[in-house]
Design a protein around this ligand. Structure first.
Ligand code: DON
Length: 560
């Protein structure tokens, strides 16, 4: 080392190849990224005690049901995308299904024919929950550690309690959440401390939930779907005019589906098939952008954002028309992903001007989606990868806590078109392919995704955020592949979202005013928003694994 180092050299010496911004969490062997530190710890401990990524995912899912009650759940459902170290991948659909009594017009007011709030709030809003069956299925087929050991961290967190985070304590106090939750006495008792509210850092214990989790540990999913838990849940439903019966619970099955696979600029994309609309969306949007050279104008530039927005708008028009539960409606996946079709969509993008949505396709937008879901990404030392998005749909779901059982129920029925052919709550028309039918699965935007490079695992990505899930996942992947960001920068970068209707471009309020001005000049109607999405992502970069949680929330990445 020379004695005197000029200033500019010193900088490069001290910051070798360091990119500006928060650095990802680095590890050599394995990584867990979730929405919440206790859940991350449960996953990491599972990996370090001999579990694989699937075991860790199960432990995380049960832990989040305790520590992140707005979205983590026993009473909801979701999707698990797995890529095994062998290179094989699979998709477990444990999303809620419509109860047997469900019918197309069940959420229309008979007097006015207009949609009611019943698909969003209260006992009638819930689809049959899938999480417990889904976790058991994933574990039985792909897990390694004993089932019981995967429930123990969650049981301990529920029984002994954990210090409430700033974010959760504020969320529970917020006018919006507390008013909705206070309508249900059991929910008010448990989550609002009977109206007194829990403080930041106060220990939050959930003895009812601990008991339920112990039964699931000791008797398996059978207890939840056929045994004591099922009987209590069905009785509570019956007492409150809910739709879910013992028969519905008994009939619930997780469905293993083939992943959707495609590529972008030579990288492999492994992603979510219908009833997720996300995988089709991701591949359509990638297809529309590929070969345009949109990225040459640089990350965050008005031109690159314009191109992304135009691709989003075109995909979302198709989503409303064609996507639904493939077991009930024919979803033309290969047509939607046909390269010639995608090229014809690409050809209509004008680099200088936004195409008004009304000129793209008159049609319907699917159901209202909002406010809380959660994603976690896990890679183990053997190279198995798991990407899970699961949810109650809205924050704290339907607001209902099953009496005596301690867990919240979903309001996933609202992801159906509750009024096909009628404007929805936002004045939009809804899709016929997503109409309600008994045992049908509501269309989802959840998009757990894995990217491969030269046939090897490269990235694990996913997010909550309703329709913004699909566009967040797309932008994070593009930030790495096209704009050469590390995993953390890719997650931190400001996001935009267009969903065709309404014809406005949502832009996070961290985007520069000059950029927004240039987007306006291209004809976009701008809607400034707070954070969109909460991405949990992992990238394998040579020797190192990069974990990136989302600074928009209290996300947490840890590895070893
Ligand atoms: O499955 C879906 O698309 C929605 N139920 C997801 C809702 C959601 O992401 C809310 N989160 N922020």
């Amino acid at each position: 080392m020379p004695r005197f180092i000029p200033g500019f050299l010193l900088l490069t010496v001290l910051l070798p190849q360091t990119l500006p911004g928060r650095q990802p969490v680095h590890a050599r062997h394995a990584m867990v990224v979730t929405r919440e530190p206790h859940a991350t710890d449960a996953g990491l401990a599972t990996l370090q005690s001999g579990g694989n990524a699937i075991d860790a995912a199960v432990a995380v899912a049960f832990a989040l049901a305790v520590t992140h009650p707005s979205a983590g759940n026993l009473g909801g459902g979701g999707f698990m995308l797995i890529r095994l170290a062998s290179g094989a991948s699979t998709f477990i659909d444990f999303r809620e299904r419509a109860p047997g009594s469900a019918s197309r017009d069940m959420y229309l007011d008979p007097a006015t024919g207009k949609p009611t709030q019943d698909s969003l709030v209260g006992y009638r809003a819930s689809g049959v929950p899938g999480t417990v069956r889904g976790m058991e299925y994933a574990h039985a087929k792909y897990g390694k550690k004993p089932w019981k050991s995967l429930l123990n961290p969650a049981i301990k967190l529920a029984a002994d309690g954990f210090p409430l985070s700033y974010g959760l304590s504020q969320n529970l106090r917020s006018a919006n959440t507390s008013a909705r939750l206070a309508r249900f006495p059991e929910t008010k008792r448990i989550f609002l401390k009977n109206g007194a509210f829990y403080d930041f850092n106060e220990t939050f214990k959930q003895p009812d939930l601990a008991r339920t989790l112990k039964r699931i540990r000791d008797y398996g999913a059978k207890d939840f779907y056929e045994g004591r838990i099922a009987h209590l849940l069905a009785a509570d439903m019956a007492a409150h005019h809910g739709e879910i019966t013992l028969e519905d619970l008994r009939a619930y099955k997780a469905i293993e589906r083939k992943t959707i696979e495609g590529s972008y600029k030579g990288y492999g994309i492994v992603t979510a098939p219908p009833p997720s609309s996300g995988g089709v969306g991701l591949l359509q949007m990638f297809g529309m952008l590929e070969s345009t050279g949109y990225e040459k104008s640089g990350a965050g530039s008005a031109l690159s954002l314009h191109y992304e927005a135009e691709a989003m708008r075109r995909y979302f028009a198709d989503r409303a028309e064609y996507l639904g539960d493939p077991d009930f409606v024919k979803v033309p996946v290969s047509g939607l992903l046909n390269p010639q079709y995608i090229a014809s969509r690409r050809a209509t993008i004008d680099p200088a001007k936004a195409t008004p949505s009304s000129q793209i396709r008159a049609g319907a937008l699917t159901a209202y989606e909002s406010t809380e879901t959660t994603h976690f990404s896990i890679v183990d030392a053997a190279g198995n990868a798991v990407s899970v998005t699961y949810t109650l749909n809205g924050g704290f779901g339907s607001g209902v806590t099953a009496t005596g059982l301690g867990f919240l129920l979903n309001n996933e029925m609202d992801d159906f078109s509750s009024a096909p052919g009628h404007p929805n709550l936002f004045g939009l028309l809804q899709g016929e392919a997503d109409a309600i039918a008994p045992h049908k699965t509501p269309l989802s935007a959840m998009t757990p995704t894995i990217v491969t490079k030269d046939g090897k695992l490269y990235m694990v990505v996913g997010s909550p955020g309703g329709p913004t899930i699909i566009t967040a996942v797309m932008q994070v992947i593009l930030n790495v592949l096209d704009f050469h960001m590390n995993m953390q920068q890719a997650v931190d970068q400001s996001r935009i979202h267009h969903q065709w209707m309404p014809d406005s471009l949502s832009v996070e309020n961290t985007v520069s005013p000059d950029t927004i001005e240039l987007l306006k000049q291209r004809g976009h109607t701008i809607r400034l928003t707070n954070a969109m999405g909460e991405v949990a992502a992992i990238r394998l970069d040579g020797q190192w694994i990069e974990g990136a949680s989302d600074g928009r929330v209290e996300g947490n990445a840890k590895g070893y």
